[in-house]
Design a protein around this ligand. Structure first.
Ligand code: NDP
Length: 452
């Protein structure tokens, strides 16, 4: 069976590739299992060197990888370049890990107690289409650094950079079987990985609905699971903020990657007294967004990933609610203009569900207590932003919001060196930063009797 990979900006077929099933997953798991003993035994400095080489090799092919990602995911080339840069940075960051996976000595009677962080074995990675290679690297880099081997299942909509990564890893010197890619449907290949008895852990990014099924499927073999799921994050704008700056920045917080971002600040909560000034600044910024050909250096927003996605996004928009829109090309391509709905309530469907497209809801609030209540009135808890000039308020509100990642007077919250992940139904486990290694190792405790 083959799979036609579509280019969202043209609706044309950009590649036809083989489509795997259960047999291909089983073969990849067997290869990863066979490669595990030797990989975990590679001396820490040598494993570090191999990961540095992989980072260098990704860097050397970064322009080709960025172009492939921009075409396949429909994202602006400038964004794709940034993402591929982060992929290389991520492998470089975790290249330092093999030599820093230190344990403890714990005082006990009659001997010495030692702890070790042991690799788990074969780790299955299931990755979505919105940030294909960069999300892969958040999982693959710490998994490999800790001494695990990997089977990666990219989304069928965007498998091309994962296939390139498998080749690049081999050329960079990673042994055969250490990093394996299987392209195929999630309901077949993803499910098999989740249930496979020889897979020790699943790291998943995607929808909350599929994540729930993965947690259930993994229970059969007591697999470790990391889930990075959906979001409906709030951008809180207090009247004491630099309102002009908050309004100009708001589109960047929600329309990046055409809104197909689990961190999208898609509920914009604005203090009533600042509403008019905020909306004027945001409208000007939205009308400036350049939506178009992903391969143009000028482009700031591309198309949606698919016709299905465009239909879903459109189903959330009622014309009467539209305060203003940006522009979008006509003709071939899954285009949708950046769209702002206002004034909305937190109970509207568009305010409650993850739309995963360029649609933002603006919701007024009266005071700080109401802002916190509205921000927390969601099943999700992934990301968010707070705009205020009052430092005490910034930290007070940040502590009160049930969400894993926050930014103050900014929408930037994802870095290789800092933890990322959700509260509530946005998932569990943390990626990136120093803590991610805990999610790819099991803790072993050894008591060594020394008394005679
Ligand atoms: P999914 O959760 O369906 O897909 C994510 C990954 O999981 C893909 O690789 C998919 O494979 C795989 N998958 C699908 N079903 C299963 C299964 N039963 N067992 C194991 N793996 C499976 O997300 P969608 O791509 O369908 O997007 C739907 C919605 O999910 C979006 O509109 C958005 O709301 C949310 N989403 C959130 C993301 C986030 O970053 N938090 C990322 C992507 C989506 P394949 O697609 O190849 O079949």
């Amino acid at each position: 069976m083959s799979l036609a990979v579509i280019e969202p900006a043209t609706e044309g077929v950009m590649a036809e590739i083989p489509r795997g099933g259960v047999a291909e997953v089983d073969a990849a798991v067997a290869a990863a299992k066979a490669a595990f003993p030797a990989w975990r035994a590679v001396a820490p400095a040598d494993r570090a060197m191999l990961l540095h080489r992989l980072a260098d090799a990704i860097g050397a092919e970064s322009e080709d990888l960025a172009t492939l990602e921009a075409r396949n995911a429909g994202k602006p080339i400038s964004d794709a370049r940034g993402e591929i840069g982060m992929v290389a940075d991520c492998f470089r960051y975790y290249a330092a890990a093999p030599e820093r996976l230190v344990g403890r000595t714990i005082p006990v009677a009659g001997g010495v107690d030692l702890t070790f962080r042991e690799p788990m074995g074969v780790v299955g990675l299931i990755v979505p289409w919105n940030f294909p290679l960069v999300i892969t690297s958040w999982k693959a880099a710490p998994a490999l650094a800790a001494g695990n081997t990997v089977v990666l299942k990219p989304a069928e909509l965007t498998p091309l950079t994962a296939i390139e990564l498998e080749r690049i890893a081999l050329e960079a010197g990673l042994p055969e079987g250490v990093l394996n890619v299987v392209v195929g449907p999630g309901s077949v290949c993803g499910k098999r990985l989740v249930e496979h008895p020889d897979v020790a852990k699943i790291a998943f990014t995607g929808s909350t609905e599929v994540g729930r099924g993965i947690a259930q499927g993994a229970a059969g073999t007591i697999k470790r699971v990391t889930l990075e799921l959906g979001g409906k994050s709030a951008n809180l704008v207090f009247a004491d903020a630099d309102i002009e700056a908050a309004g100009r920045a708001a589109p960047g917080g929600v329309f990046g990657n055409a809104g197909q971002d689990c961190c999208a600040r898609s509920r914009i909560l604005v203090e009533k007294s600042a509403m008019d000034e905020f909306m004027a600044a945001m409208e000007a910024a939205v009308s400036d967004i350049r939506v178009g050909d992903p391969l143009s250096d000028e482009t700031e927003m591309g198309p949606l990933i698919s016709a299905d996605q465009r239909e879903t996004v459109g189903s959330f928009v009622t014309e009467d609610d539209v305060a203003f829109r940006g522009s979008a090309p006509e003709g071939e391509g899954f285009w949708y203009p950046p769209t702002v709905l206002a004034p909305m309530t937190n109970d509207d469907r568009a305010s409650r569900d993850e739309i995963f497209g360029p649609v933002a809801c603006v919701i007024p609030f009266a005071d700080e207590a109401e802002a916190i209540r509205l921000a927390n009135d969601t099943i999700y808890g992934l990301s968010g932003s707070i705009w205020t000039r009052d430092g005490g308020r910034a930290l007070r509100v940040a502590r009160a919001i049930d969400t894993g990642v926050l930014s103050i007077n900014s929408h930037s919250s994802v870095r290789v060196s800092t933890p990322f992940g959700g509260f509530k139904q946005s998932g569990y486990g943390r990626e990136l930063g120093p803590d991610a290694l805990d999610a790819y190792t099991d803790l072993k405790n050894v008591y060594y009797r020394t008394e005679e």
